[in-house]
Design a protein around this ligand. Structure first.
Ligand SMILES: [Zn+2]
Length: 273
């Protein structure tokens, strides 16, 4: 008979980044007037377009006839990270946690711990609200520059302990203490998430965006922000996984197992094979 328990793993779920698009008003009519003020809907006067320091298009250095889309406007970014949890729940049994664990990365040296008694989820959901200014260029195209980006990030940490663990028992405490190590790692990565999002948004809004259709120009600018946030979330999950897997060493699993012994864990694992 095989004997083994998987104590825990840090399971990082994919961000629901697809919802981001819904948060960005794609229809300019939905933008409050103050968010797309001044030049919106107006053709840029020629004299303004010749002032490079102004919010204006500049001629291509090469002297090409088509004006380039360049709006020299101040930009500001606000990032608020709301932390949810860490919460501890017992809404999942060993079989379900094990299924989650097996869907994750293979963990070398832990083959004999093939059942999961706890999982720590980290969830990141970033939503952006953007506003900017648009001007129509002399060739009729629209040039958009985002001037404000408000990013709201929910950063959730959830510990799931197997329903088979009885509160107050040694295995319950031992598994929870192990999961708390994953929680600490996740909390430690919070600031780096903020910094990564800030860097990404700065890059995403650096350029002005042009399109023949004003709505499409705005959408292009918004999509750029979304794409950078998507990439940031992916990179964050990948980096988190590396750090979290450093917790799950054979030595740590052996240590947790020894705390309560074969008998205590064996009782929980009855019927699991
Ligand atoms: Zn673990």
């Amino acid at each position: 008979m095989r004997f083994g328990i998987g104590l825990a793993c840090a399971l990082l779920l994919a961000a629901t980044t697809a919802s981001l698009a819904d948060e960005i008003p794609l229809d300019p009519a939905q933008n409050p007037p103050q968010e797309l003020p001044a030049e919106t809907g107006q053709t840029l006067p020629d004299e303004l377009s010749r002032q490079p320091a102004q919010a204006a298009m500049q001629q291509e250095p090469s002297g090409a006839p088509a004006p380039s889309c360049f709006l020299n406007l101040p930009q500001d970014i606000s990032i608020v990270i709301q932390t949810l949890g860490p919460s501890v729940s017992q809404d999942t049994n060993v079989a379900q946690l094990t299924q989650q664990m097996r869907a994750g990365p293979k963990r070398a040296g832990l083959e004999r711990y093939d059942h999961a008694l706890g999982v720590t989820d980290t969830r990141v959901n970033a939503k952006a609200k953007v506003s900017g200014q648009s001007v129509q260029m002399r060739d009729g195209r629209w040039c958009v520059k985002l001037t404000h980006v408000d990013v709201t990030v929910t950063f959730g940490i959830e510990v799931h302990l197997a329903t088979e663990l009885q509160p107050g028992t040694c295995p319950y405490r031992a598994v929870l203490q192990h999961e708390e190590k994953h929680v600490a790692v996740a909390q430690g990565l919070r600031q780096s998430l903020h910094d990564q999002i800030e860097t990404a948004v700065v890059s995403a809004i650096k350029r002005s965006t042009a399109d023949a259709n004003r709505q499409m120009a705005i959408k292009r600018a918004e999509d750029e922000v979304q794409r950078f946030l998507d990439d940031t979330a992916d990179a964050f999950y990948a980096a988190s996984e590396v750090y979290q897997m450093q917790i799950d060493t054979p030595q740590e699993y052996d240590r947790v197992h020894r705390v309560c012994g074969d008998k205590a864990f064996g009782k929980i694992m009855q019927g699991q094979f």
